[in-house]
Write a protein that binds this ligand. Structure first.
Ligand SMILES: [Zn+2]
Length: 122
């Protein structure tokens, strides 16, 4: 792979990493004990008691439960981005992890953190 193309993909990945972390930070916090792990913040119930307060609390629990799969998805994407950086460092970037063939540039441009080529992904 040409160096300038690699640099472009790297810049794209860096941007993506930034965005993913920003998104995660908005509702989750990093797990200090486990690298790459994020935890969705549990809503704080400090709006007082009473029926209104309980209803708010129920909404917050629902919101929390809705956020969990989003957090898992963002976390997974972030892990893929980080592993793409690792592969770049080792000079193994762009290879399908299943068939070991070099992925097409179109695939990498559309999805620079791809683990598998289009064939293997199916
Ligand atoms: Zn493949």
């Amino acid at each position: 792979m040409k160096k300038e193309i690699l640099e472009k993909l790297k810049a794209k990945l860096e941007k993506e990493k930034e965005n993913l972390e920003k998104e995660l930070k908005s509702f989750a916090k990093k797990n200090p004990k486990l690298k790459g792990d994020w935890n969705t913040k549990y809503p704080e119930f400090n709006r007082g008691v009473g029926s209104q307060g309980l209803e708010d609390a129920a909404d917050e629990v629902e919101e929390y439960l809705n956020l969990l799969p989003i957090e898992a998805n963002l976390e997974l994407r972030l892990q893929l981005v980080n592993s793409a950086f690792e592969k770049m460092k080792k000079g193994k970037y762009g290879r399908c992890e299943k068939c070991k063939k070099q992925m097409s540039l179109e695939r990498l441009k559309a999805y620079p953190e791809a683990q598998f080529c289009i064939k293997c992904k199916k």
